[in-house]
Design a protein around this ligand. Structure first.
Ligand SMILES: Nc1ncnc2c1ncn2[C@@H]1O[C@H](COP(=O)(O)OP(=O)(O)OP(=O)(O)O)[C@@H](O)[C@H]1O
Ligand SMILES: Nc1nc2c(ncn2[C@@H]2O[C@H](COP(=O)(O)O)[C@@H](O)[C@H]2O)c(=O)[nH]1
Length: 309
């Protein structure tokens, strides 16, 4: 049966809006450093009719950090690509030229810093990380996956990706984690690898707020990562914070305090120690590590630590 033309027009309009939104999401992911521009181009060439394939080359270039219209136009001219060309419509030579250019660019972009924030339960890791997320949008705060249930007020994709045991198993099998661990002998937590890799490659810094086992795994996988141990002013204050937070049962609090003793005993494995007696100051010390300029004269984490003691 033939449908009236206005029905077809409405469906086509909805499809166009959806395609525009999908393209905008790809551009936003590249701009945020969550997707690497070369992998977007390669996806377009694998499937020219897909979302990436319908992205214009100038839109992809315009999503790169520091690339305004003038710089984009200059690169398009250098590569001999028309400003209206879509990624999926590039010929073999143009694909080669753009691919080489993107590869060369990522080789010369200085990688961002990876800082790992760990420390005993209730010391304030989440509080300090949230302060950094709210005041330093240039830093990517990695969102972990966990099998634990959300607490009141926690949102999926913001505080954690709340996943089932089966989904966590699948992610482990697919090697999707940079690190993962069973924490407090209870739930599993893991750092999704792709956003961390893409963000570091784009030159932005990444903060991981994870437990001791995860911190050790990251140091093995990426020795250049800076491990920060957050300390409470005193043991009694740590206990006060845990009980005052009121999010765990008495049994769970006792279990967490046992883990805390083990974690405090491992603090010498860390590059830097930060005492969380004041959230803003502790956050600033972590941010200084994330943004420190890497030059011959820049302080190393151990210098910063030494100067404080
Ligand atoms: N500098 C500080 N001074 C006083 N209270 C603080 C400070 N930092 C954090 N807190 C409080 O301590 C409690 C525990 O903080 P938070 O939940 O951030 O700890 P955490 O290290 O992330 O814990 P966990 O590892 O168990 O998730 C919270 O109630 C928080 O408001
Ligand atoms: N190894 C990892 N540990 C993680 C990760 N994300 C969070 N954590 C740590 O788990 C405990 C408990 O957290 P809570 O939110 O349940 O209180 C805490 O020490 C976090 O630092 C991760 O991806 N990997």
């Amino acid at each position: 049966m033939n449908r009236p033309p206005e029905v077809d027009r409405a469906a086509a309009g909805r499809a166009a809006v959806a395609a525009r939104q999908a393209r905008a999401a790809v551009k936003a992911a590249v701009a945020a450093g969550e997707r690497d521009a070369l992998s977007v181009a390669e996806a377009a060439w694998r499937d020219p009719a897909g979302v990436e394939g319908s992205l214009r080359v100038r839109e992809l270039l315009g999503s790169l950090r520091g690339f305004g219209p003038v710089r984009v136009a200059a690169v398009l001219e250098e590569l001999g690509i028309s400003p209206v060309k879509k990624l999926g419509g590039l010929g073999v030579r143009q694909r080669q030229a753009l691919g080489d250019w993107l590869r060369g660019r990522s080789a010369t972009t200085e990688r961002g810093r990876l800082v790992v924030l760990a420390g005993p339960t209730a010391v304030g890791k989440g509080t300090v990380s949230a302060f950094i997320r709210d005041h330093h949008p240039d830093v990517l705060l990695s969102v972990s996956a966990t099998t634990r249930a959300p607490r009141p007020g926690e949102r999926d994709g913001v505080h954690y990706y709340f996943v089932s045991d089966a989904e966590f198993d699948r992610m482990v099998e697919a090697d999707e984690f940079l690190e993962w661990a069973t924490v407090h002998n209870l739930s599993r937590y893991g750092t999704p690898r792709p956003p961390v890799e893409a963000t570091l490659a784009s030159g932005r810094s990444v903060l991981l707020e994870i437990d001791l086992q995860g911190a050790r795994q990251v140091k093995r996988a990426m020795p250049e990562a800076v491990l920060v141990f957050l300390l409470p002013p005193t043991w009694d204050e740590l206990v006060r914070r845990l009980i005052g937070r009121g999010t765990e049962t008495a049994a769970e609090q006792a279990r967490r305090l046992e883990t805390a003793k083990v974690e405090l005993a491992a603090q010498d494995e860390f590059d830097v120690h930060v005492v969380n007696d004041n959230v803003e100051r502790a956050a600033q010390e972590v941010v200084d590590l994330l943004t420190a300029v890497r030059s011959a004269h820049a302080p190393t984490p151990r210098d910063i630590d030494r100067n404080r003691s």
